[in-house]
Write a protein that binds this ligand. Structure first.
Ligand SMILES: Nc1ncnc2c1ncn2[C@@H]1O[C@H](COP(=O)(O)OP(=O)(O)O)[C@@H](O)[C@H]1O
Ligand SMILES: [Mg+2]
Length: 290
């Protein structure tokens, strides 16, 4: 499992080279490419989901969020696909004349020379939410991952895991979190006086109403995982966080126009604040689902 899934922060981040486009994933909102990629030495590196700046209204900074979300999920101990970075060739790589080839060519042209975010393609189905409604006691591992996923989303101001769109895969009885381009929602916004949001506030409770895991958690408020998540995130000290942030590519800290957005600095401040109030966040999250 571990060469395709990150289970702990610090797993190697791969540098990949473009191979062949295999598909365009039309199911979600950003239509990432599914590509066969290669290692730096040209050896086959398997199938990866490839996301590039042109797919996002917020450009490269959405890819920065993907990296941040993956690192934080791995730090929390939630399985998440291994990630890699790829520089799209400039001039753009040639493709064949198939429909997939033509669509990949448009992406390669739009983002020639840019960094792309790559997520290791897992042979795992998207979580079918009805699985969570099966009668009987759910597996302990599933409950553990559900608590951690819900708390991760609350902690990260991440509101993109609904019944219609769970953004979860089911792999060997574990939940795997994917699709982090919306973590730290709104951390960069400022009010008319130039003030950032209060990072110690719980977040947007209303946006959690449709969270896909909420009904399952209603019966699990006494599970040990609530405490385990709190203890884990409380251990994210300033040194570790700074080391983590140093690996987030500055090149991705840019918006649609290519101008710097300084998201990294905001996220570091945000995470420091979240860690300082993690006890309260967990207690409020528990009362929200109860
Ligand atoms: N690492 C992965 N392994 C397997 N399937 C994936 C992976 N990443 C994404 N997918 C599939 O592709 C779909 C779209 O990817 P996602 O990251 O959710 O992007 P979008 O922003 O388009 O929703 C997902 O719903 C899932 O079915
Ligand atoms: Mg998605």
């Amino acid at each position: 499992m571990s060469d395709v899934v990150m289970l702990a922060y610090g797993d190697e981040r791969r540098h990949l080279e473009l191979g062949t486009p295999v598909d365009v994933l039309d199911a979600g909102s950003h239509k990432p490419l599914l590509c066969k990629l290669e290692d730096e030495d040209g050896a086959p590196a398997g199938d990866w989901i490839v996301k590039t700046p042109c797919m996002y209204a917020h450009g490269a900074s959405s890819l920065l969020r993907e990296v941040i979300g993956s690192d934080l999920a791995a730090f929390a101990g939630l399985p998440t696909p291994a990630i890699g970075l790829l520089r799209l060739p400039d001039p753009p790589a040639a493709t064949d004349a198939s429909d997939v080839g033509a669509r990949a060519a448009a992406v390669y042209r739009a983002d020639a020379g840019q960094l792309a975010f790559c997520s290791r393609k897992l042979a795992a189905p998207t979580l079918e939410p009805s699985v969570l409604r099966r009668p009987g006691r759910p597996r302990n591992q599933l409950v553990h991952d559900a608590v951690f996923t819900f708390l991760f989303d609350v902690f990260m101001w991440h509101y993109d895991r609904t019944w219609k769109n769970p953004n979860l895969l089911l792999l060997d009885h574990r939940l795997v979190v994917i699709d982090h381009d919306r973590v730290c929602h709104g951390v960069e916004s400022v009010d008319e006086t130039g003030l950032a949001p209060d990072y110690t506030s719980f977040g947007h409770e209303a946006a959690l109403v449709d969270h896909v895991l909420r009904p399952l958690l209603k019966r699990q408020v006494a599970h040990i995982a609530w405490h385990e998540f709190r203890d884990r995130m409380a251990s994210l000290d300033g040194v570790t966080l700074d080391e983590m942030a140093a690996r987030w590519p500055d090149e991705l800290d840019r918006g649609r126009t290519g101008a710097t957005v300084d998201l990294k600095a905001d996220v570091v401040r945000f995470l420091r604040a979240r860690v300082s109030v993690v006890d309260r966040i967990v207690e409020e999250a528990r009362s929200v689902v109860a």
